[in-house]
Design a protein around this ligand. Structure first.
Ligand code: SAH
Ligand code: SF4
Length: 362
């Protein structure tokens, strides 16, 4: 199916592009046009010979994505619905983390900060019981270009300056480690200094715990940050919430984490979705402290965010705060995730196509 469509030039790393266009410095020029001059056509790449522009235009398209819809939350986050060439769609979310502040002379005292939450697949195979994306089943892997284009299209749409670096979290639709080759390629394209220049240290890959691919990701030594969606402290409960736990139990995931290369100053993030009367008690907090012993970890508590007919409930604030206090008292760094974009279902992992016709393909 994919072959019916033109390949996006954004699928190529700069090395790959250098072997397609000669002389190789052209690759650098093309990267700059696309990622830092925000051009939409090869025609606009004025320092390329006319013949080459024509050839590229015949072979490639630039962006493989179209913005189909946009929804803004009261807290400022914006959810984007993107259409792929074959009619499927997926979502990404812009999360403004800090606003720009200027003093009375107009000097910037705090610069704006953005995080963009991106999808790695259309749908997901993992079938987690609490996740909306799981309900749709799995449709297809995204290509590296489709992963990268989410960030470029959002930067362009909002008018974020090309030299403004954003953070990227792979926490949208899909399981990034189930599409590892394309994700690794995307990490490289993102980090290219002639492109978006997003260093791997600004890219967080979140996984439900595909231990063998945590190992592979570690071996590729990219320097990305790792987040583990743990959510439960014993295998029985985790299996019920996350069927993947049958293939990779908690011990095997933690083992892979222990061997994962991380920057000395960084920690592995453990996401813990707090669900009312299920995993929100101090007994669970106690077990969590034990499990994480010896790992440079930080825990991010996430309020379960209910959706229509969801089988679980949101925990009380009191219980979440008690859980956090217990972890902190026992030496575990712990934050509570601000649930951004809740009113528009744009919290990470909450991406769901309301108009399901557009996700079915044509
Ligand atoms: N597949 C990857 C990345 C996408 S999910 C993973 O599972 O890690 C990213 C995060 O969104 C996960 O930590 C997940 O637990 C969270 N999430 C999923 N459903 C949610 C819900 N209903 N409320 C709050 N967070 C949710
Ligand atoms: Fe997939 Fe992550 Fe949702 Fe589980 S939580 S179904 S792994 S997207």
């Amino acid at each position: 199916m994919q072959d019916m469509y033109k390949k996006s030039i954004m699928d190529l790393t700069k090395d790959e592009l250098s072997s397609v266009v000669k002389p190789s410095f052209r690759a650098k020029q093309i990267y700059k046009w696309i990622y830092t001059s925000y051009v939409d056509s090869f025609e606009e790449m004025k320092n390329l010979p006319k013949d080459l522009r024509k050839e590229l235009d015949e072979k490639f398209l630039i962006s493989p994505l179209k913005i189909l819809a946009k929804e803004q939350s009261v807290d400022g986050s914006i959810k984007y619905l993107f259409g792929l060439q074959n009619g499927l769609s997926m979502e990404a979310v812009l999360l403004p983390m800090k606003k720009e502040i200027r003093d009375e002379d107009g000097n910037v005292v705090q610069s704006s900060k953005y995080t963009i939450c991106i999808s790695s697949q259309v749908g997901c195979k993992m079938g987690c019981a609490f996740c909306l994306t799981a309900k749709e089943g799995f449709k297809q892997n995204l290509t590296a270009g489709e992963i990268v284009a989410q960030v470029l299209e959002i930067k362009k749409d909002i008018g974020i300056a090309p030299n403004k670096r954003v953070n990227v979290v792979y926490m949208g639709m899909g399981e990034p480690l189930d599409n590892l080759d394309n994700v690794i390629k995307a990490v490289k394209i993102f980090s290219d200094p002639d492109g978006l220049s997003i260093s791997p240290r600004r890219q967080t890959i979140s996984t439900s715990g595909l231990a063998h691919n945590i190992k592979r990701l570690g071996e590729s030594n990219l320097g990305v940050l790792l987040a583990i969606s743990l959510h439960a402290v014993d295998d029985d409960m985790r299996e019920k919430l996350m069927p993947i736990n049958k293939a990779y139990n908690i011990a095997s995931v933690l083992d892979a984490v222990r061997n994962f290369p991380i920057d000395q100053r960084k920690r592995v993030m453990f996401e813990y979705l707090v669900i009312k009367d299920l995993n929100d008690d101090i007994k669970s907090a106690k077990k969590l402290v034990k499990l994480l012993h010896g790992i440079k970890a930080k825990v991010n508590l996430i309020y379960f965010n209910p959706y229509p007919n969801s089988p679980f409930q949101r925990p009380s604030e009191k219980d979440v705060l008690k859980f956090q206090a217990y972890l902190r008292e026992h030496g575990v760094t712990c934050t509570i995730r601000e649930s951004k974009g809740l009113d528009i279902s744009a919290a990470c992992g909450q991406l769901y196509e309301k108009n399901s016709n557009t996700t079915k393909g044509k």
